[in-house]
Design a protein around this ligand. Sequence first.
Ligand SMILES: *Cc1c(COP(=O)(O)O)cnc(C)c1O
Length: 239
Amino acid sequence: MMENQYSDRCRDFDENYKLVTEKLCKAAEKAGRSPQDITLLAATKTVPPEVIHYAIEQGVTCIGENRVQEFLEKYEALCSTSCDLQFIGRLQTNKVKYLLHKVSCIQSVDSFKLASEISRLCLRENAHMDVLVEVNIGREESKGGILPEALPEFVDQIRELPGITVRGLMAIPPDCGDPAQLFQYFSSMRQYYVDIAAKKLDNVSMDCLSMGMSSDFPAAIECGATMVRVGSALFGKRK
Ligand SMILES: *Cc1c(COP(=O)(O)O)cnc(C)c1O
């Protein structure tokens, strides 16, 4: 490794990556699942491209950004890598245009208006977008997402839109500090995911259940997450 201003952060990453990978494998094992069936998405907000590049060299295959502006600033530095780029943050309809042809998936679709705009632009730009439906599992006013009871109808509505494919569900549960409650949230998500998959709807393939972050990803894996989004546990605390 070259010694430079990022050396410390890269060394920290090495240690963190090992720990996160161990925890991921352990949780998978506990649930009788293969670690290979769980994608580790590195949430890279505030992380400089140099450190992201290092993470990719060490084996990270998927990264997620949650602000359009920051994503665009880093895009030139990241687009040449083989890493899968996804968008995980709240998205305003007027910013969808910046993501087409640049990310493989928008994980935060939570309104018909947003889904329609993604679809409209995909058609116009000859693009395609995979989307996850964000579920407001804790019914929090401060968070985006579709309420659980509205989920079946919402999925049914947006699957008709051309240019997009519904690939699964995403959630950010409340920061509740109660493990039993957390398991409840994650298990409910898993149930919604299974219920929708069972309908075998056209243009809907439930193959991504994105839930679990630094503080709770092992629990999410035990409850069936196929993707965990981990930031600070990999890159250190954000300032
Ligand atoms: C930042 C972020 C994460 C990762 O959060 P950590 O607690 O740092 O692991 C996951 N998902 C979304 C949508 C985020 O914005």
